[in-house]
Design a protein around this ligand. Structure first.
Ligand SMILES: Nc1ncnc2c1ncn2[C@@H]1O[C@H](COP(=O)(O)OP(=O)(O)OP(=O)(O)O)[C@@H](O)[C@H]1O
Ligand SMILES: [Mg+2]
Length: 364
């Protein structure tokens, strides 16, 4: 069932946390809310769950307005950022609790608990009490408690945050698999963009209580709608450079650190744009090191070199205080303070208006 938010807002006193959201989470899709700390992700999830009342607007599940329904009447399952287990019950009873209160018989319950526990690799812990579990194990019990029911809507608030890197990677796959098997609508909160990009059908990038972009992971990465999304998505972050539109040989060009860069074909600039200031964005993955005598490259000196596993980051200073990071294979060597030149993959360049922050319209 789909979840539709209509002009939804939430304030705590004078603090306006969510601002007139209009958003539809399509049926059976895995949607991620991604944004910096404090942008309102948990608040939005709590509104959908019914744990918090909206200050304005409406929430619909499958076309039915649910604002007046108590959490228990919304057929949702939620895994909280700070989860609480029943301390006196063992793991099996914790996971099966929701089934028990719904009157499911013990043998069937234990079968369902067993299946979920196996998926979560906590089958050997079923007889333990929560106090005898590690943080990551407790988190998986909390997940299990939500997974064991068949909710219409599955809400998860950073459910993998206490797990180590290896287990997180495994659990990402398990959760996605589980979502597909359950055929439920999943809304997943994270500020880990790798999680968002790998698991989601759609990503809602939020900042300061406003959804900045709601699109597929590919689109959010390849066509960020504004400077915030462009800078928030991608690691290391996108390079931003101030450029000015100028005329060169009768055609508009972008002036960057004294060099004329052709306007990428996906953007249409005219003579009327001459003198206009823009922000050029390019991801480190789309910057390469060029020959020093390459006329299309921007020359500078190597500022910093960092090895990050199989890649190397090379920061080149092309003008005072203007550094461009290039991500290259680890085999590529560069010496600090040595001359270097950077060149861009044209098709991967982004242009933004510095006033509005919006991406310029593209032809592709
Ligand atoms: N019960 C509350 N009373 C007052 N202010 C609140 C309440 N709950 C949240 N806030 C405020 O609302 C804003 C959004 O909080 P929220 O918990 O939704 O952020 P978040 O995006 O989940 O952040 P994080 O990634 O850190 O979990 C914050 O400024 C927070 O201080
Ligand atoms: Mg939160």
């Amino acid at each position: 069932m789909d979840v539709r938010l209509e002009n939804l807002s939430k304030s705590f006193g004078s603090n306006s946390v969510l601002k007139a959201l209009d958003l539809t989470f399509p049926e059976r899709k895995f949607v991620t809310l991604l944004g910096p700390s404090g942008c309102g992700k948990t608040t939005l999830l709590r509104l959908i769950a019914g744990l918090e009342r909206a200050s304005g607007g409406a929430i619909h599940f499958g076309g039915e307005r649910v604002d007046h329904l108590a959490p228990a009447d919304r057929n949702i399952a939620m895994v909280f950022q700070s989860y609480a287990l029943y301390p006196t019950m063992d793991v099996a009873a914790n996971i099966g609790y929701g089934l028990k209160v719904r009157g499911m018989a013990a043998p069937e319950r234990s079968e369902k608990v067993g299946i979920v526990a196996k998926v979560l690799e906590i089958g050997h812990l079923l007889a333990r009490k929560p106090r005898a579990l590690s943080g990551g194990q407790r988190q998986r019990v909390a997940l299990g408690r939500a997974m064991v029911r068949k909710p219409d809507i599955f809400l998860m608030d950073e459910p993998l945050s206490n797990l180590d890197a290896k287990l997180r990677a495994t659990m990402r796959g398990e959760l996605k698999r589980f979502h597909l098997d359950l055929e439920t609508t999943s809304i997943y909160v994270t500020h880990d963009q790798l999680e968002a990009m790998t698991m989601s059908d759609l990503v809602a990038v939020m900042n300061e209580g406003v959804v900045q972009q709601f699109a597929t992971p590919e689109e959010v990465y390849d066509r960020p709608v504004n400077l915030f999304v462009a800078g928030f998505i991608g690691s290391p972050p996108m390079n931003f450079c101030d450029v000015t539109v100028a005329e060169h040989g009768g055609v508009p060009v972008l002036m960057l650190a004294g060099r004329a860069i052709p306007v990428p074909p996906q953007f249409t600039l005219t003579r009327a744009d001459e003198g206009r200031r823009l922000v050029l964005g390019v991801r480190p993955q789309d910057v390469r090191l060029a020959d020093l005598d390459d006329p299309t490259a921007v020359p500078g000196t190597v500022w910093m070199v960092e090895l990050i596993g199989s890649e190397r980051l090379i920061e080149v200073e092309v003008a005072p205080k203007l550094r461009i990071t290039s991500e290259v294979k680890a085999e590529v060597r560069a010496a600090i303070d040595a001359p270097a030149a950077v060149a861009f993959d044209d098709a991967k360049l982004h242009l933004f208006d510095p006033g509005t922050g919006l991406a310029l319209p593209r032809a592709d």
